[in-house]
Design a protein around this ligand. Structure first.
Ligand SMILES: [Zn+2]
Ligand SMILES: [Zn+2]
Length: 266
């Protein structure tokens, strides 16, 4: 049996950033069966209409929109457990894209705290250097755990939009700070996501300023704190689901075992 036997961060055509017409549940489920996955979790982007502050991009992607996925599910899921969750949003200062009531309609909620590519991520002037961004990520991580809404954190500390500076941004966060963050996550039972994109070489996409060692450090510290981990390809196309297979060697290197996976995903 594969160790990485679930993928709970999968986007379908219901996410506005997905352009692959093949990225629909039936095809993903088929591909999950081919890959030998036990569980697939759909996590389309959502901003609940009852929560203030949605950007124009988020506005059409409300709960009703993402829950329409239920009408797209095939009757036969080929033995794969299918979960309906979401990737909502956290922009700090109380700006969260999902209410507790809405979260209860879903199997799981992934909250990101590092969508630094979005203009609403930080008020102008807050991030003037990479060091500012490092410290803002630490602050946001603590806040997102305190919200007690997330089942898991989507790509924690992965600064989207700053791919060429990942090493420097992560190096700007001390071991003590990570241990403080991950200790809180472990206590709250909130899982830490592992994505293939953290490992540019393994993923076959080497980058200047971003090396595999950086997230090995982050995840090793999370492991040391006793965090749960979940896996997510963050697929925005059907083919991207296959990327999950590179994670087996990561798991071994960090020493993650079955007890480190949340019980509902074992
Ligand atoms: Zn994301
Ligand atoms: Zn995503």
């Amino acid at each position: 049996m594969l160790f990485v036997n679930h993928d709970i961060h999968v986007h379908t055509m219901l996410s506005a950033c997905v352009e692959d017409a093949a990225a629909i549940p039936t095809n993903y489920i088929q591909q999950a069966a081919t890959l030998g996955l036990k569980t697939i979790g759909f996590a389309d982007h959502v901003w609940d209409r009852n929560m203030p502050g949605a950007s124009p991009w988020y506005q059409p992607q409300d709960m009703e929109h993402i829950l329409s996925i239920r009408d797209q599910l095939p009757n036969d899921t080929l033995g794969i457990k299918v979960l309906i969750g979401c990737e909502s949003e956290y922009w700090g200062d109380g700006r969260i894209g999902i209410s507790r009531a809405a979260a209860e309609q879903l199997d799981f909620v992934l909250l990101p705290m590092s969508h630094a590519h979005m203009t609403s991520f930080a008020v102008p002037g807050v991030v003037t250097s990479l060091a500012d961004l490092s410290q803002l990520l630490v602050k946001r991580f603590h806040e997102v755990i305190d919200l007690r809404i997330a089942t898991g954190i989507a790509h924690p500390f992965f600064p989207i939009g700053y791919i060429e500076h990942v090493d420097e941004i992560i190096a700007g966060i001390s071991d003590t700070q990570f241990i403080d963050c991950f200790g809180r996550a472990a206590e709250a039972g909130v899982s830490i996501e592992i994505q293939p994109s953290y490992f540019p070489s393994l993923h076959g996409k080497p980058q200047e300023g971003f090396h595999d060692e950086t997230f090995f450090r982050v995840l090793s510290l999370a492991k040391r704190c006793g965090c749960y981990f979940h896996f997510g390809s963050d697929a925005h196309s059907l083919a991207a689901l296959n990327s999950l297979t590179v994670l087996d060697q990561v798991i071994e290197q960090i020493g993650i075992n079955r007890d480190d996976i949340p019980p509902w995903l074992r």
